[in-house]
Design a protein around this ligand. Structure first.
Ligand code: ADP
Ligand code: MG
Ligand code: ZN
Length: 479
């Protein structure tokens, strides 16, 4: 269907920053408090109140800029974006316009063909959020809650470099992962901490000029963003095939119908009468500051994945899973620091630990088995005190208690039996009780060997050392 047209997508992402206080005043950013309880003359927009920039916001902006390969402006300017709306008491939003703090960045995304594609980042600027309107159900009126007014946001604007919904999602997920790793945003799409406006246009293949774009707003999941873009592309194709023209406008996505509908004509920058905010001095960022921030940046997901593969010898898949969340990677690394076997560590974190967390719906940061205790368990697998199978029993016991692996192994008598005398005694019994199978084995039916291993392990309650069992069984069965 879309084969006659090329799709062009540019994304604007609003990233809500995890600062304790607002961008231009000391009010708390805590979510869910009583309406208007976290306000002051500055965020209420009272005449004469003066904004002061929160240093943490600038630092988070610099971190995000560095992590997305942007240049950091030595001097940037706050501007007033003028418009009227009841959730914006000042009548303008403080944002950045001509001189944003970050410019000319990029992110590389994986393409479906297995290659990489570079998506340009035009700019990242700082701005304040507006308040929130609460509309009564019976239509009797609306109220405004200004707790959210002045909450710090970064707006990350991409170049129109994406050519499909899948590329847009790949870019978004990458950006999402980065801001979460940096700890500048909680990344909650549903609650609006990471929100995306998608600009979508189409053009006939080979045409140089871009087509007219529609901007899709209010989409709160990756799945819906993909759905909205795909719907919008089909809609635009139909408009053009019917001889019409796409108009520049803002459209809303409806998750229930999967469709977009026109909300308003698109405003242009000049409609906002941007001008430098006379209440705020230009922000000067020294090289020293940038260097300090750079030094303190955490290892980013891409670098971490590469390191896990190259230095720890983990597979592509393992690296991907472990690095998906910084907290999971942190847990893995804490365990690894106390235990040198990376593969065993990875298997347990991705296996039993993750399974337990999923079953009980808990976050890795609240994992009942600390990385230290897990490392204690893995040591006992490595030194053959217990088998991998028994280790799972010990792990389950650890999940429900504060005990160390060693204490549980001791208490439950789970130590692997490596004493050959004890194993031999069991084997003798099993052989005596199963002479029929012994004959079969001696007659060349080697499969029966597995039966004997199973019987011996069972009789030892899983505690016999499997290597010793194998060796001794072979000897005894040959007779
Ligand atoms: P505005 O704030 O008015 O939406 P910006 O220039 O800040 O304008 O952002 C425009 C966004 O739209 C950018 O992400 C840009 O890449 C994208 N864009 C611009 N032109 C097109 C187009 N023709 N098709 C798709 N996306 C576009
Ligand atoms: Mg826009
Ligand atoms: Zn305030």
């Amino acid at each position: 269907m879309s084969s006659r047209y090329e799709v062009v997508i540019g994304l604007e992402v609003h990233v809500q920053l995890l600062t304790q206080t607002k961008i231009f005043c000391g009010c708390s950013t805590r979510f869910g408090s009583n309406p208007n309880s976290q306000t002051c003359p500055v965020c209420l927009g009272l005449p004469g109140a003066l904004p002061v920039l929160n240093r943490q916001v600038a630092e988070y902006a610099i971190m995000t800029g560095l992590a997305t390969n942007c240049g950091i402006a030595p001097r940037s300017i706050f501007a007033r974006k003028n418009y009227f709306y009841p959730d914006l008491p000042k009548g303008y939003q403080i944002s950045q316009f001509e001189l944003p703090i970050c410019e000319h960045g990029w992110l590389d995304i994986a393409t479906e063909e297995g290659g990489e594609k570079r998506i340009g980042i035009t700019r990242i600027h700082m701005e304040e959020d507006a308040g929130k309107l609460l509309h009564s159900d019976d239509g009797s009126g609306s109220q405004v809650d200004l707790n959210r007014a002045c909450t710090p946001l970064l707006e990350v604007v991409s170049e129109p470099d994406m050519r499909s919904a899948d590329e847009a999602i790949a870019y978004l997920k990458k950006l999402h992962e980065i801001v979460k790793y940096l700890g500048v945003c909680d990344g909650n799409l549903e609650e609006g901490s990471f929100r995306c406006d998608a600009n979508v246009s189409i053009r006939p293949w080979g045409q140089k000029e871009f087509g007219t774009r529609a901007e899709l707003k209010n989409i709160n999941s990756f799945r819906f963003i993909k759905q909205a873009i795909e719907y919008e592309v089909e809609r635009q194709i139909e408009v053009i095939e019917d001889g019409g023209r796409v108009v520049q406008e803002t459209r809303l996505f409806n998750a229930d119908t999967g469709m977009t509908r026109s909300m308003r004509g698109k405003e242009e920058a000049h409609d906002y009468r941007y001008f430098p905010d006379p209440d705020l001095v230009p922000l000067v960022v020294s090289n020293d500051w940038i260097e300090t921030v750079k030094q303190d940046l955490p290892e980013l997901p891409e670098a971490k994945r590469t390191r896990y593969q190259q230095d720890l010898g983990l597979s592509d898949y393992d690296a991907e899973v472990l690095c998906a969340e910084r907290e999971l990677a942190d847990y893995f690394e804490a365990c690894l620091a106390l235990h040198s076997n990376a593969k065993l560590c990875a298997n347990w974190v991705m296996g039993e630990v993750t399974r337990g967390l999923n079953t009980d719906s808990i976050a890795i940061t609240d994992c009942p088995v600390s990385a230290e205790r897990l490392a204690g368990l893995l040591k006992r697998i490595d030194d053959s005190t217990i088998s991998n199978k028994i280790a799972k029993t010990v792990f389950d016991a650890m999940w429900g208690s504060d005990q160390a692996a060693d204490a549980i192994i001791e208490e439950k008598g789970l130590k692997q039996v490596t004493d050959t005398g004890a194993i031999e005694a069991i084997i003798d019994e099993i052989i005596a009780a199963n002479m029929g199978q012994v004959e079969e084995y001696r007659g060349g039916k080697e499969k029966v060997f597995g039966f004997f291993v199973g019987q011996v392990m069972k009789a030892s309650k899983g505690k016999a050392n499997p290597a010793a069992v194998n060796e001794l069984l072979k000897k005894k069965l040959q007779g």
